[in-house]
Design a protein around this ligand. Sequence first.
Ligand code: ZN
Length: 197
Amino acid sequence: MIVLLDNGHGGLINGKYQTPGKRKDWGDKGIIYEGEFNRAIVNGIIQELTLLKISYVNIAPEYRDVRLETRVKRANQYPASKSFYLSVHSNAGGGSGSEFYTSPGDTKSDKIATIFGETYKQEFPDRRLRTDFSDGDLDKEQRFFVLSKTKMPAVLTESFFMDNLEEFENILNTREGRSKIIKYHLDSILKVKSQLF
Ligand SMILES: [Zn+2]
């Protein structure tokens, strides 16, 4: 099994954030650039995968904002039956907790998203899991480009809300919070590997 890791947005180049929006400036309390946060989580996952000798690909190692089409094209070079696509994000727009997306339809992606959601609840039992059970499972379904155009199973995680001050201060902008986010992703990957591949 090969994990295809997507950090979602651009990073900082010479101090300039590469993606419009996708940030929250909390003034004295700090600023979060989503692409940089996503990288921190993806890099943490990679650290653990190298220790476990689990194959992975960093789909967008550059700091510029790689186009979605390019991300998908890179991913689709890998065999659909032996890989899955994991896009790592943090949410915005008002709210709390985390959510897990797949493309519409009942596929292997839904099974993967269910594992992620359940593992998240084990790591963050007191935090909200934002669900949509209308289709029979916990994930939300959206025609996000990277979810519908990748040929392998694909899941997108939205860990907490950048524009929720409590989550920013206690989770997203702390070492402990990020470690827990990395851990639930890693534990999910291990379950996906043993149960679905
Ligand atoms: Zn994002």
